[in-house]
Design a protein around this ligand. Structure first.
Ligand code: ZN
Length: 267
């Protein structure tokens, strides 16, 4: 099943919550959306109202309380940035205020001099998780998968020493276009294209820390809630984007997340 969030109002902010007028969850079937009464991982029912995909305004595909990211989870990517391969998952956060939807503009802020794409497989949590057991599978806690672009101000990541600003600007977390359930987690792949040219290719088989290992590690220190988003790391091939570029992240079985880069002007 393909789930998405949308608004029937054209000017709804990307970060608008579920209580906002016009905002809804839905199931995508072809080019029609079947409205849902609430988040699909909570109790919900079909409202009976359907919408044409091209008549609504897409929102970020999930509504997380937090976005948990894994750094350097592909050996080739750690190497290209001249970092050691981590011996335990390297975790950081992006704020929910950084979310942007399919088709939305990613801002190139004046405070950033190198803006990189990082195509990633996104996990959407389906059930509260704390302390995943040593031999326990994460499968029942995963609702579905989506595409994430972990947009990064690479120069600030080095300059600041910690990553809150480099990873956390508004619009630095494109996610979507949909969340897909029922996929085989072991066979997922991710590809990133910049202006149509393939720049990154990766697969779950290359992950240093598996989905189980990541969720076990993260759930040791924080409770993961239904709806939370996990960005599972980026393969080799990261590189800069310029204003006017189009960046696409494809997770096989999910679809393609497409965004454009727009120079941000501040007063
Ligand atoms: Zn990343």
């Amino acid at each position: 099943m393909k789930y998405l969030r949308f608004s029937t109002e054209p000017h709804t902010r990307a970060t608008a919550g579920p209580e906002t007028h016009g905002v809804s969850w839905g199931v995508l079937e072809g080019d029609r959306i079947m409205g849902l009464s609430g988040a699909p991982y909570n109790g919900h029912h079909a409202t009976g109202v359907t919408y044409a995909l091209d008549q609504v305004h897409l929102l970020p595909a999930c509504w997380p309380s937090k976005i948990v990211c894994v750094g350097r989870n592909y050996a080739d990517h750690a190497k290209e940035l001249a970092h050691d391969i981590p011996t335990k998952p390297l975790i950081f956060y992006k704020p929910p205020s950084s979310l942007v939807a399919q088709g939305g503009a990613v801002a190139y802020p004046p405070d950033v001099s190198r803006l990189d794409y990082e195509g990633e497989i996104g996990i959407v949590i389906g059930k509260r998780l704390r302390h995943l057991g040593a031999n326990e599978s994460s499968r029942e806690y995963i609702f579905g998968f989506t595409c994430v672009n972990d947009v990064t101000g690479r120069d600030l990541q080095d300059k600041d020493g910690q990553w809150a600003r480099a990873k956390g600007f508004d619009t630095f977390c494109p996610v979507g276009p949909v969340i897909v359930t029922g996929l085989d987690a072991a066979s997922l792949t991710v590809e990133t294209r910049l202006n149509g040219e393939v720049r990154q290719k990766g697969s779950v088989a290359q992950l240093i820390f598996s989905f189980d290992a990541v969720l076990r590690w993260v759930s040791r220190f924080c409770t993961l809630e239904a709806g939370d988003l996990i960005a599972t790391g980026t393969p080799a091939g990261v590189g800069p984007m310029q204003a006017g570029d189009t960046v696409e992240v494809t997770v096989a079985g999910v679809g393609t997340l497409r965004n454009t880069i727009v120079k941000e002007e501040i007063g």
